[in-house]
Design a protein around this ligand. Structure first.
Ligand code: DX5
Ligand code: ZN
Length: 229
């Protein structure tokens, strides 16, 4: 079954983040989670400015896009970069299906979201832990995804910030038509708490690729979110 990117809002999905993958065997690692049923693959782009680390760019999106699309899945790009509006076209041509920009990374959020849509991708707005959920007000028509950071952006393997659960509830009310994606410190337990609060996309990096069996880890989180009220 192929995932229709326009229907991201409608189902609870585990979204493995390749940030914690072994890049020497990236294709095999992506295959493992696709075979485990992942429909969305998350790519974390960091520029050394918006956040201190530098990670990956459009070349890696291009390297995995065909494999991901052939499995009926989509590539979800999370831009932790300043002036993200300058990079949207490059990621869209590389094969991204959804692109999230940070509210804190540009004064041109409205424009950037429009550019993402214009490039043929689903548009996401990412919010740091200190950013109030109310910033989504007035952007509803441009928003396919609200990405709620549940740790501070920049690194995998951090602890989930417990106050995020209440923020997810508020975002669900403020953006009823958008997918709510949680990112950071997500494992079976925190995913279930966020699902109950209204999140429906669950980014998991270290809890999937830090496990000796990423496919099994992915299935465990999928079971936890399916069982959550
Ligand atoms: C962090 C990234 C996350 C990261 C999450 O800034 O946005 O997507 O991969 O990693 P874990 O799941 O290990 O917290
Ligand atoms: Zn991310």
């Amino acid at each position: 079954m192929s995932l229709d990117p326009a229907r991201l809002r409608d189902q609870r999905l585990v979204v493995p983040s390749i940030l914690s993958a072994d890049y020497a065997q990236l294709g095999a690692q992506v295959d493992a989670v696709l075979e485990a049923g992942a429909h969305v693959i998350h790519v974390d782009v960091m520029d050394g400015h918006f956040v201190p680390p530098i990670t990956i760019g459009p070349l890696i999106v291009e390297a995995i896009a065909e494999q991901v699309h052939a499995a009926g899945a989509i590539v979800d790009v999370h831009l932790m970069i300043e002036q993200p509006e300058r990079q949207i076209a490059a990621f869209a041509s590389a094969g991204a299906n959804s692109i999230s920009v940070h509210h804190e990374a540009t004064p041109h959020v409205h424009y950037a979201l429009g550019e993402v849509r214009e490039a043929g991708c689903r548009a996401g707005l990412a919010l740091n832990p200190a950013t109030q959920p109310e910033v989504v007000a007035g952007l509803e028509e441009l928003l396919d995804i609200v990405l709620c950071m549940t740790v501070n952006p920049g690194w995998g393997g951090q602890a989930f910030i417990p106050r995020s659960v209440a923020k997810v509830e508020r975002l669900r009310a403020l953006a009823p038509d958008a997918a709510i994606e949680v990112d950071g410190g997500i494992d079976e337990g925190t995913a279930a708490r966020c699902a109950e609060a209204g999140a429906n996309l669950f980014v998991a990096g270290s809890s999937v690729f830090g496990d000796p069996d990423p496919a099994a880890a992915c299935r465990r989180i999928a079971d936890a979110i399916a069982a959550a009220p």
